[in-house]
Write a protein of this length. Structure first.
Length: 408
């Protein structure tokens, strides 16, 4: 279903008192331009950052902000009851704490508690506040309740500091809002995703590994589950939380990932190999920690190849299964990068290959990604860049088109 075909939604946008409130105007405007009926519930603090006339002009509806207004219409619960989806942008540390505790002493709190609609929040605060143990606990609580968290991104904050805590971009927030309410175009589809980076043990305390955080693979799994798929995620040493709707199988080494993936792949309609799997592992693993005083000035490790999981999946996959591989390369030249991707998809035999550039500050562990997707013939079938959740959505859109083309 295209955006233009989507039925109009009743969207409640909660705006709270943070400097990022000015970006909420862009969120509201984008939703209105998509044809949705947008109602703003602003806290008193929010109105000190963005004026009431601005929010009313952009939303094309009166703005609600007082708990005791419209008492005869029971507005303190009616707004939430009528919502198809609620989004908070920005969601301050204070608001997040109040949500986690279930406070309902203002209009925004009662609106949320009175609603059964999906709730999307876009945190925005200084890095120290985002990383504070209280906020970490509150976010985990909200995730467990099924609240969809968008961001925060890492970047320039208020003042001179920079780091995680910057509110996600309006387009990404809008994408998350629309994904939260459908369409469920992957309902009935069984999807297996791998994510993270494997660790190959040297001894009980050391390993050979890579810098993959698992963000892209987890974003794909989360987006697929939100679109109705039954999702199993085989995660290797993930640095990001996994949504409750996704079944997680935790692994560590390439051997463990291969065993879990090959064992589960036969029952999957789609397999997406987003994990960064080690190409080599130590031939032998020491039973105890290797000591400098016994090893001397040099330590030699003999490495052997790990199993090529993607190629193995391609050899054994059912005819109607879609297999998507990932290729992380450090090549800076675009044509050369594409050529590496074409060589890889020819060797591996997967249906689609997602090629992305990685480096010291690119790809692994970042919030953004830029990818080119190749088909079996080596032709470019999609290019996407942006946050990893937005790239995940584009990959799933391509997956749907691919499955449709295969079945017709």
């Amino acid at each position: 279903m295209s955006e233009s075909e989507r039925s109009p939604l009743n969207v409640v946008v909660g705006v709270t008192g943070g400097i990022a409130a000015y970006k909420a105007v862009a969120v509201i405007r984008a939703l209105v331009l998509e044809g949705h009926d947008v109602h703003v519930v602003a806290t008193e603090s929010a109105l000190r950052f963005v004026g009431l006339p601005t929010l009313e002009a952009i939303s094309r509806n009166p703005v609600s902000h007082e708990l005791f207004e419209g008492v005869a219409q029971v507005r303190h619960v009616a707004i939430g009851q009528s919502a198809d989806v609620i989004v908070l942008a920005p969601a301050t540390a204070n608001t997040i704490a109040r949500l986690a505790a279930g406070f309902a002493d203002d209009l925004l709190g009662t609106t949320i508690l009175a609603s059964t609609a999906p709730l999307v929040i876009a945190p925005a605060m200084h890095t120290e506040m985002w990383q504070n143990a209280a906020t970490v606990h509150n976010i985990a609580t909200l995730r467990d309740r099924g609240v969809i968290i968008v961001g925060p991104a890492s970047g320039q904050l208020t003042g001179t500091d920079s780091g995680p805590g910057r509110m996600a971009e309006p387009d990404d927030i809008v994408d998350a809002v629309l994904a939260a309410v459908g369409p469920k175009d992957l309902a009935g589809t069984r999807i297996l995703v791998t994510a993270g980076g494997t660790r190959e043990p040297i001894d009980p305390v050391r390993f050979i590994g890579n810098r993959s955080s698992g963000k892209q693979g987890v974003a794909i799994a989360a987006a697929a589950a939100a679109r109705g798929a039954s999702v199993t995620l085989i995660g290797a040493n993930l640095d990001v939380p996994v949504p409750p709707a996704v079944t997680l199988v935790a692994v560590s080494s390439a051997e463990e990932l291969a065993e879990a993936t090959l064992g589960a792949s036969s029952s999957a309609d789609v397999v997406i190999m987003a994990a960064a799997v080690a190409d080599y592992r130590p031939d032998a693993v020491a039973a105890s920690k290797l000591k400098k005083d016994t090893q001397g000035d040099e330590l030699t490790l003999r490495l052997v190849k790990t199993q090529d999981i993607l190629a193995s999946l391609a050899e054994s996959k059912p005819a109607d299964q879609v297999l998507i591989g990932f290729a992380a390369e450090t090549e800076n030249d675009d044509p050369a990068l594409l050529e590496l991707g074409r060589e890889k998809i020819a060797r591996k035999g997967c249906d689609l290959l997602v090629v992305n550039r990685v480096g010291w500050t690119t790809g692994f562990g970042t919030d953004d990604n830029s990818v080119v997707v190749l088909d079996r013939a080596g032709d470019i079938v999609m290019e996407a860049s942006g946050t990893k959740p937005s790239v995940a959505g584009r990959i799933l859109d391509l997956l749907n088109r691919t499955r449709h083309d295969t079945s017709t």
